[in-house]
Design a protein around this ligand. Structure first.
Ligand SMILES: Nc1ncnc2c1ncn2[C@@H]1O[C@H](COP(=O)(O)OP(=O)(O)OP(=O)(O)O)[C@@H](O)[C@H]1O
Ligand SMILES: [Mg+2]
Length: 212
């Protein structure tokens, strides 16, 4: 399955969730490749930090921030169980290519009282991709939730009737994600018993079930 993490909004958790989904599936024994489709190269930076700290390789990380992504991804998918694409903010041509490559699009969103979870352009690109690929599945995923706040609840309620729908699994606001990122690690490597690890395992299971 090719899963793309996309949202034109910056800093919503595309890279964090892409790395953790890839890491979770790798942990479960699946062959995974992560494609960094963001010219900023956050996932490549993470991989480099990991190599510098002499930590073992969990999955392959390749930089491919080109709009030929959809031509390359199927070949990668043939040699792996899952390809995870970490998408760029803004760049529409790269997003379009990622949308043509993906079987499943995850749109991370943060709890917000505003109606700005994904830009109108993002949803327009998704609608456009679905013309060519009606089988393309898309879901919002709520990231950085804080407890049972009114805003988290309101965001979930607002997204409940939305298309694309909201995934059941949520990821909380947890410092371990930021700490792990800086060291080229994943949350489970810092604290496997923590809530962050449980949430990622549930997210990976729900996403994988959508691919069946
Ligand atoms: N659930 C979380 N809990 C705590 N910190 C988080 C969480 N998700 C993301 N972050 C932090 O928020 C920042 C932005 O996250 P990330 O880089 O994953 O977003 P992005 O959507 O990939 O951003 P960009 O659009 O710039 O590529 C990072 O510092 C990351 O560590
Ligand atoms: Mg990113």
């Amino acid at each position: 399955m090719i899963v793309a993490l996309l949202n034109q909004k910056g800093g919503v958790g595309k890279s964090t969730l892409a790395l953790h989904l890839a890491g979770q599936w790798a942990r479960e024994g699946r062959r995974v490749a992560l494609v960094d489709a963001d010219p900023q190269g956050s996932a490549l930076d993470w991989s480099q930090a990991r190599a510098a700290a002499a930590l073992p390789r969990l999955f392959g990380v390749l930089g491919l921030a080109r709009d030929t992504l959809h031509r390359e991804a199927p070949e990668l998918a043939r040699h792996t169980d899952h390809v995870v694409i970490d998408g760029p903010p803004r760049v529409a041509s790269l997003m379009r290519s990622a949308l043509l490559a993906a079987d499943l699009v995850l749109i991370p969103v943060q709890p917000s009282p505003f109606d700005g979870w994904a830009s109108a352009e993002m949803l327009a690109l998704l609608a456009e991709a679905r013309i060519y690929r009606p089988e393309l599945v898309a879901r919002f995923v709520l990231n950085r939730t804080v407890g049972r706040t009114v805003i988290a609840r309101a965001t979930a309620d607002a997204l409940a009737d939305h298309d694309p729908p909201l995934l059941g699994a949520r990821v909380g606001q947890r410092v371990v994600f930021a700490q792990a990122a800086q060291r080229g690690q994943l949350a489970f490597e810092l604290d496997d018993s923590a809530a962050a690890s449980r949430e990622i395992a549930l997210l990976a299971a729900e996403v994988q079930a959508l691919g069946r």
